[in-house]
Design a binder for this molecule. Structure first.
Ligand code: 4AD
Length: 474
């Protein structure tokens, strides 16, 4: 095969060399009949290719052909690298290619439903244009999602999905080094794993079944094996009725389950070290991607502590009460009080990432272990991160975890007390009859981590092809 040069590698050191590149026609501009400027784009990098009519080398026909290329077509170019004396505006690469040969590999439709440049602009650019009487076209969220294959060509979107890849990779890398084993649990299951109505029901060859709302039961059952510590990265299905900025019907769950030797804080220790390592990694190694996102959707770096703040639920309630908000000590925090608490924590501890633990038992799933010393509370926790916006004024939940009940008789009683039809989960409950270690774990939503690390305002921005109550395509 021939040698292909990625656009990212086109630098001045290749001056006078002949190169072969492939990219998308990002912009095409004819100057008279003898010259065409073609900007090619590949993975966010752009380079200007110049076609000038010249005897033997470039025909007028070729220049005309180039000028007629529709934007977003896939184009191969062979040519010589030159370095202009003045900086080139509007491209990432500061060299040009003097084109000798050009081929169109795949022609794009002439009428694009989304203009990539419009879709890449920041809100500030639109506002500036409006003030100066200019007209720029905003691309709405629905249009973006309807034509997602075009939308994901913007630099910010490329950045978002590179960050998503880094988050799930770091999650795996960290846990593998801590002796966790990666598992893959079934997504077709007999009974709902989290209870409640948010479950997709289906027919499994004549038997009622549902799509897993989490790997909860099976990751615990893996602990009943000799695995000790497990994790999974996989799809999670929730038949959400609420149409919000943070709920999807299908998302990617990052799940952990592990033996507990003495105290559920061992699970919180893993959360703490894992997420601090993850945030450090993103800040230290992914600035290019974060900048690409920031250029369109400005945000400030997340404030987090080297050791994550832990507050008990009661301490959180006390902070809220001192701020004049009445909270039931055995109830749940509603979204509003969660947000308010985020604000108070930020003011007092200067962090946008913290844990709240020892929740009232009544507001946690049936499988949650009650506190030994105070059974109205539970060995459970939620982790909060800053919300959207600049600067963010509140916090949202991204992780929820707990120690689990590993005593089958008690688990069965807890399920019944929570209104669950125990017969649908008997194989889960029976798993604990043959010796089962105390254990606990947590679940994280990948899309929420990326959304809120970058303070984005909608979870649809961090899902490649989002599924929400109104969207099943593309
Ligand atoms: O809080 P959830 O429902 O907890 C569980 O699924 C437990 N089995 C976890 C455990 O191990 N105890 O979901 C866990 C996380 C949430 O914190 C949130 O980040 C994300 O999953 N999440 C969603 N993300 C997008 N869309 C939705 N509809 C989500 N529901 C939960």
């Amino acid at each position: 095969g021939r040698t292909w040069t990625p656009l990212a590698r086109l630098e001045a050191e290749l001056k006078d060399q002949s190169v072969l590149v492939r990219g998308r026609a990002h912009n095409v501009r004819a100057v008279g009949k003898n010259m065409t400027f073609l900007v090619l784009r590949e993975r966010g990098y752009t380079v200007q290719c110049v076609l000038t009519v010249s005897l033997e080398l470039v025909s007028r026909q070729m220049v005309k052909f180039a000028s007629g290329l529709s934007r977003e077509s896939i184009v191969d170019v062979e040519g010589v690298v030159t370095v202009p004396s003045s900086p080139i505006k509007g491209t990432t690469q500061q060299v040009e290619i003097q084109v000798r040969k050009i081929y169109c590999i795949s022609r794009s439709a002439a009428n694009l439903p989304i203009n990539i440049e419009d879709a890449s602009r920041s809100e500030a650019e639109f506002e500036r244009a409006e003030q100066t009487g200019g007209q720029l076209v905003r691309v709405g969220q629905d249009t973006r999602l309807n034509y997602r294959v075009l939308d994901i060509r913007t630099p910010a979107n490329l950045g978002i999905f590179c960050i998503q890849c880094q988050v799930s990779n770091k999650f795996k890398e960290f846990l593998l080094l801590e002796d966790f084993i990666e598992i893959h649990t079934p997504k077709l299951i007999a009974g709902s794993s989290e209870g409640g109505s948010a479950v997709f029901k289906l027919d499994y060859k004549g038997q009622p079944a549902c799509l897993a709302q989490s790997p909860q039961h099976h990751k615990q059952m893996a602990i009943c094996g000799d695995f000790g510590r497990v994790f999974e990265v996989g799809p999670v299905f929730r038949a959400e009725d609420s149409y919000t900025h943070r709920h999807l019907c299908e998302f990617t769950g990052l799940d952990v389950e592990m033996e507990i030797k003495e105290h559920y804080s061992e699970v919180m220790d893993i959360v703490d070290r894992l997420f601090v390592a993850m945030f450090d990694h993103l800040n230290q190694n992914c600035q290019k991607e974060l900048d690409a996102i920031r250029r369109q959707y400005p945000f400030e770096p997340l404030k987090y502590l080297p050791k994550t703040l832990r507050l008990t639920f009661q301490e959180g309630v006390q902070m809220l009460q001192e701020a004049g908000i009445e909270i039931d000590l055995l109830g749940d925090l509603n979204t509003e009080s969660e947000r308010k608490l985020g604000q108070l924590v930020l003011e007092k501890y200067n962090t946008e990432f913290y844990m709240l633990h020892r929740y009232p038992l009544a507001v946690r799933p049936f499988y949650t272990m009650p506190c030994y010393d105070e059974p109205a509370y539970s060995n459970s926790f939620d982790v909060f991160i800053r919300g959207e916006g600049l600067p963010s004024l509140y916090s949202e939940e991204i992780i929820s975890g707990a120690q689990r009940v590993h005593v089958p008789e008690f688990l069965s009683a807890r399920a019944e007390a929570c209104g669950i039809n125990v017969s649908t989960i008997s194989s889960y409950i029976d798993s604990f009859r043959y010796g089962s270690p105390p254990h606990g774990g947590f679940g994280v939503g990948l899309e929420r981590v990326v959304m809120l690390f970058c303070a984005l305002n909608n979870i649809r921005k961090t899902s490649l092809f989002p599924r929400d109550p109104q969207r099943l395509t593309p």
